[in-house]
Design a protein around this ligand. Sequence first.
Ligand SMILES: *Cc1c(COP(=O)(O)O)cnc(C)c1O
Length: 491
Amino acid sequence: MPATPGGTGLILEEATLFDLSRPGRKGASLPAVSTSFNVSKHLPADLLNTDGPNLPELSEPEVNRHFVRLSTWNYNKDAGFFPLGSCTMKYNPKVNEWSARLPGFAASHPYQPLETVQGNLELLYNLEKFLGEVGGMECVTLWPNAGAHGELTGIQIMRSYHLAKGNARKSIIIPDSAHGTNPASTALCGYSVIQVKSNEKGHLDPEAVAKVMTEDVAGIMVTNPSTLGLFETHLPEVAEIVHAKGGLVYCDGANLNALMGVAKLGHCGADIMHYNLHKTFSTPHGGGGPGAGPVGVKKHLEPFLPVPRVVKDGDNYTITEDCPQSVGRVRAFFGNFGVLVRAYTYIRELGADGLKLATQMAVLNSNYILAKLKDDYQPAQKERPLHECILTDKKQQEFGVKTLDIAKRLMDYGFHPPTVYFPLIVPGAMMIEPTETESKEACDQFITAMKEIARECEATPEKVKSAPHRTFRRRLDEAKAVKEPKLIWKK
Ligand SMILES: *Cc1c(COP(=O)(O)O)cnc(C)c1O
């Protein structure tokens, strides 16, 4: 980096720290700087580096070309249709990126005095209210960093509630159609899992729940819509059974673009739920983050919410940590604040009608794809799905072709494959989630490719089994790639 003449104190200090001006370092050199504090004088001589850091020296165009080239090898939402079921890979409006980068938001510091970040606090306060309204929940915390983190927080709240009554209880009921993170979060909180089987239609079965619900069970954790993309119609009945024994109902609302504006989980008996802002509420995701998994609760669970709580005091916003029964802090500072700004913008932009329309479009698109492909691939769902449809490789097996082959062949047609082999209770699952942001034309192109592949499975199965043929890399040995990764930094 070239020297900044008359730069800030911070830059001078850094220059001293790394001693960038030392002779022998390749590339740019800084003019000798003198500050009142020279770190190297205060460290033992044998711990000081004799060489400068060996960083690559590249010009801006070289760096730019390198990353642009890498980006062209990658498939992304801006490049095309990305029907990864359960993950909600939708197009996110660029205006949300703009709002998250507004200097008042992006440049604020978590230790700033609260009177200088009133706008930020107002946004947090209002977002809690908006999400509460969408989910039918009375109080919301925005701090968890992901869906799974929201689950962990929610189960901690459940545990604290029972502990306050004198008994944490021992286990939590989870249906076999649950998202994999549900049993993991439960176990992390020290609960054992009682698995219940879904009924023949893939629904939560009230009778199965009644059989295992006792006063030793803390509650039930239900993914709704389920991983089969179905609405759990028996939820109110199940909630009654669980509540009658003093248990709580947790709803995994990660896939809320199947429900928002149409139904509220809080009205179906849920006491606790989480939202995935990076799925439904417009933060681009993939590769592990950043995300946000706010948790909503009913009023009787408010004392257990994590701290800090954002409160409104007259016209001012402030935070309080004076919550003796709280589960404590789950995250430093104010969560993934940029993700919260995007969600706020998204909700304000769409409004109540827009959120409902997003749900309707998501459900329509998935049902359209299912209707067009149900004769080519055996569907898994026995009734109309919500935002995602599940096809299987049952018909293709007679030609020796599996779901994995079909997924790989889709890449040759320029599409990202759907989620495969999930949910676990569906053999050979291809879980297709088009999302609300795809046009009919985009859905039609995908349908055409899937039909073409179905024909290839019959006529030229070897071609499908050896796919992909047109991608930058051919088919990898996935086990080998995981066990012996080639991670090269320098040749
Ligand atoms: C994505 C998802 C999760 C986990 O969310 P993360 O943000 O990836 O931790 C949990 N439950 C369901 C139903 C999901 O689709």
